[in-house]
Design a protein around this ligand. Sequence first.
Ligand code: B12
Ligand code: SF4
Length: 493
Amino acid sequence: MRVCLNVPPSLILSDERLMMHLGILKVGSVLKEKGIPVDHLDLSGVKNYTAVIKTYIADNDTLIFGITATSPQIPASVALVKAIKEKRPEAKVILGGSHVTLVNAAFRKEVAKGISGRATRAFQKLDGLFDTMIAGDGELAMLHALENPNLKFIDADDPKSDLFLNSTSLNALPWPARDLVDVPSYKYTIDGIRAITMILQLGCPFGCGFCGGRESPFLRRVRLRDTENAIAEMRHIYETYGLRGIMFYDDELNVNPQMIPLMHGIARLGKELGIEWKLRGFVKSELFTAEQASVMYEAGFREILIGFESGSPLILKNINKRATKEDNTRCVELARDAGLRVKALMSMGHPGESEQTVRETEEWILAMKPDSFDLTRITVYPGTPYFDHAVPHATQDGVWIYTINGSNLYSREVDFTTNFLYYKGDRGDRMGLNQFFTFTDFLSAEDLGQLRTETETRLREKLGQPFQDDAPAIQFEHSMGMGLPEHILRSSS
Ligand code: B12
Ligand code: SF4
């Protein structure tokens, strides 16, 4: 039995060869460990990706295909499954990743409420396209799918299931099989040094309204790795790829109760290897302390990223962010005192958002002068409280309302199999991908778009932080009639 794992292109990303998808590489690594041959098709940045899968099928007799997808990767995943079925109708295609996990969480909620709404329709649409869908942790669930080929749906997003990972199984499983992708084709850098991504811990217990997985144990329940295990992976990265730059993609590094010893361990490893790490990662502002800031600096962090989201107390409350404006200000100061640069992640389009609340965000940013910032527009994906707790509008068809503290957020029903939801605006506009589906009582979808662009432009001018050019992203166009190159196809030995 041979399995072909697929990473579909993410058409909304400006450069798809910055960060590899670790989740499917963890699935690949478990298959390899079990001796199951794996082909990994990395279609990130590949323009003619459906032609590539057809070439692969012409050259191989593989019958089992796995696809990973976040919501914006679903349209390309649909094109892939159609291409696979056209060339090999008997093939079995398994879908995993955050989109199916979150759609399932939203669908479960509708079932519990006894309604059949937009989540049910989104789930059924996927169900009609893929042979098997896997929600939650994919490592053991993929093996289960191979052993039980007739299962249509596998729920590994349930702590009661043996397929749901706990901290013990997480530690016992192998690290992502990065050898299944062409590491040098990924160009992410930190302070000019080539860098790679890593996950130290899974899950965030908080409940921010825009964040996916608040009803999904897979994304919400904290599962920790032993410090020794995490440090051993860092050593492996350095010794295998010669990389000392690492971006940690833990949701929030400081929800980990082991954070302080972990940072000390990273610092010790750096000394032992005789290198200075270049590290980056996210922290939760109200939990941030002077001690955390200092050990992060000692470990090799020079910049941290913080989802402050807004400068408006009303919006912070409506997001259910827990952090207050004062917590956020204090967090910036603590980071600065420790010598850490701050990237402020700001967003707009929350319940109750108005010109006034966006102005408060602008003013806070100007007062804080973060070293860099991002101002994104909220997208209402399934599996977020903004989606899951919304109810149908009484008079407007296809519109759903989420209400919190008397403030509303409206979102339109989206067909995820055809729509890309882009969050910033400008690039999406240029690519013709922008279709916005959310609005508030004070700002229409168009107002939100315009206000976002104007606010970011003004902030960049005042802070002297010009827009960074998206281009030139690497786009591959594979010429047919030749074997698939190593930056697209890698196989386990
Ligand atoms: C790193 C990251 C990114 C990186 C890289 C993307 C990547 N996929 O690696 C960047 C910065 C590019 C990014 C961008 C975006 N991201 Co992001 N990102 C993450 C983050 C923080 C970590 C991903 C990760 O490595 N997780 C750890 C691994 C182990 O989990 P995993 O990837 O889900 O894989 C497991 C299972 O899903 C499953 N699985 C996965 N694939 C497959 C395939 C098969 C066949 C099987 C059986 C199982 C399986 O098994 C894996 C192992 O257990 C997650 C949050 C999180 N904690 O997961 C958000 C998250 C995935 N991102 C999210 C969002 C919203 C986005 C953006 C849409 C943001 C935006 N508005 O533009 C874009 C979309 C990018 C795109 N792909 O088109 C949402 C997903 C929402 C959704 N509906 O899909 C998440 C869940 C954050 C959240 N909590 O809301 N992101
Ligand atoms: S935005 Fe960050 S703190 Fe809030 S729930 Fe998501 S991961 Fe947790």
